[in-house]
Design a binder for this molecule. Structure first.
Ligand SMILES: O=C(O)C1=C[C@@H](OP(=O)(O)O)[C@@H](O)[C@H](O)C1
Ligand SMILES: C=C(OP(=O)(O)O)C(=O)O
Length: 454
């Protein structure tokens, strides 16, 4: 049970472990969400069976697996050497005749499922109904809906421009030139590039509008496609040309999720200790590799040696200006709230369309603990302030929950609502946090009767 924003008496919260000593821990983190869900989509379209080694097993990846199975891919769990679950063997989508003609896809709150799967469903004959969690209906989807119409795929969204909607397809997509506005999410671009090679004429995608956010994730898509033999030309800004052709079958080891490594690394800064993350890749397309640049700006040292990233915190956390931190922003904001100097986060207006309006949520919840956070048009301004305990509401957002845990390391009495929401990308979070801190967070009822802030 969880406490909804505003607080409901009698329901449970997770009392975040508070540390008064420096952490000294080595942690392995599960596979990357972004890589796992990209490789799952590509495996469904590949020219032969594929293996994903050490994939993520979480709510978002389970939703992707279920979606692809409903479209006709066969996905089996097979034994592997990962610490966090089996490997996956994917037999691609079968010939059209074998496919059921009506199916439903639950997107949960997964951006990768709600954006990546509809264009794929355009390549499968029959009708596919998409829906998700209540908040999923508020996440931006207009560009994907318009894109499918532009590609000649029939889609009924009741005029809402969002989930739920139903796609009816013949299974053939001609492709060619397509113009979208991807300013609300990079996932619109990635979604179309991932399937573009399977359109008869390939795809020439153009973005028109305010800048595409989280461009690192588009680069991940392009590099992944190229590594599987797909021709992608991104030499002209805001234009992407995908050549028609096969997607080579693969056997790939998924890197650990470097964004999800962030909260553990943050603990080194908060406690002045040392955290080592195992199996850090020497080269990667993940945005989370930016921790090696960001954390030293806040007073830490970061050293990558022999596949282990070691971060050691300094005497204090220094704030600063952080641009385009994308999905790292909630962790950065939590650190800034504990910093001794002011901070500004910029280039993250699109976080208002994430799992929740993250700018509003971070401001409300950090301020609820006594912080001084202001929303700006495209980010947050965070001033140093003494924090106190209280309920940290999480709005079904995994990264809000981990932000609350970070604050709780330094502040007595932080109670995180619905720690279970971390299952979206990191179901092992409470156990790994206990391994890091040597203390398990405890479930309980909020200390203040109405679950309100102290
Ligand atoms: O393609 C991806 O795997 C992602 C792209 C980004 O989405 P936005 O561009 O909507 O921020 C990121 O925030 C999300 O967590 C994962
Ligand atoms: C924005 C995120 O997720 P999604 O893939 O659902 O967009 C995230 O994980 O921070």
């Amino acid at each position: 049970m969880t406490v909804s924003p505003g607080g409901v008496p009698g329901q449970t919260v997770w009392r975040a472990p508070r540390l008064t000593h420096a952490v000294d821990a080595a942690i392995s983190v599960p596979g990357s969400k972004s890589l796992t869900n990209r490789y799952l989509v590509l495996a469904a379209l590949a020219d032969g069976p594929c293996i994903l080694r050490r994939p993520l097993h979480s709510r978002d990846s389970a939703l992707m697996v279920a979606a692809l199975r409903s479209l006709g891919a066969v996905i089996d769990e097979v034994p592997g050497d990962g610490d966090f679950g089996p490997d996956l063997r994917v037999t691609p989508l079968p010939a059209q005749a074998d496919r059921p003609s009506e199916r439903a896809v639950d997107c949960g709150l997964a951006g990768t499922v709600m954006r990546f799967v509809p264009p794929l469903a355009g390549l499968v004959s029959g009708s596919t109904a998409f829906d998700g969690d209540p908040h999923a209906r508020r996440r931006p989807m207009g560009a994907i809906i318009d894109a499918l119409r532009g590609l000649g795929v029939s889609i009924d969204d009741g005029g809402a421009g969002s989930l739920p909607f139903t796609i009816a397809s013949t299974g053939e997509v001609r492709g060619g030139r397509l113009v979208i506005d991807a300013s609300a999410s990079s996932q619109f671009v990635s979604a179309l590039l991932l399937v573009g090679a399977r359109f008869a004429e390939g795809l020439h995608l153009e973005h028109v509008g305010k800048p595409v956010p989280s461009l690192d994730h588009v680069r991940m898509t392009i590099e992944t496609l190229r590594s599987l033999g797909v021709g992608v030309d991104d030499s002209v800004p805001n234009h992407w040309r995908v050549s028609p052709g096969p997607i080579a079958a693969f056997d790939i080891a998924i890197e650990p999720d470097l964004s999800n490594a962030g909260p553990f690394l943050a603990a080194a800064l908060v406690t002045g200790g040392t955290v080592r993350i195992r199996n850090w890749p020497s080269g990667t397309t993940q945005v989370g590799d930016a921790w090696r640049r960001i954390l030293p700006l806040m007073g830490a040292t970061a050293t990558l040696r022999s596949g282990t990233l070691t971060v050691t915190g300094g005497a204090r956390i220094t704030g600063g200006t952080f641009a385009d931190t994308s999905e790292l922003a909630p962790t950065v904001a939590a650190l800034c709230a504990l910093a001794t100097t002011p901070s500004t986060l910029t280039g993250i207006a699109h976080l208002r369309g994430h799992e929740t309006d993250r700018l509003a949520a971070l401001a409300a919840e950090i301020n609820g603990l006594g912080g001084r956070v202001e929303e700006t048009a495209d980010g947050l301004r965070i001033q140093p302030a003494p924090l106190h305990g209280g309920v940290f509401h999480t709005y079904e957002d995994h990264r809000m929950a981990t932000a609350g845990a970070i604050l709780g390391l330094a502040v007595d009495g932080v109670e995180v609502e619905n720690i279970g929401t971390t299952a979206k990308t990191l179901p092992e979070f409470p156990a790994l946090w206990a391994a890091l801190t040597g203390k398990a967070g405890t479930a309980g009822t909020p200390a203040s009767p109405a679950g309100a802030h102290a």
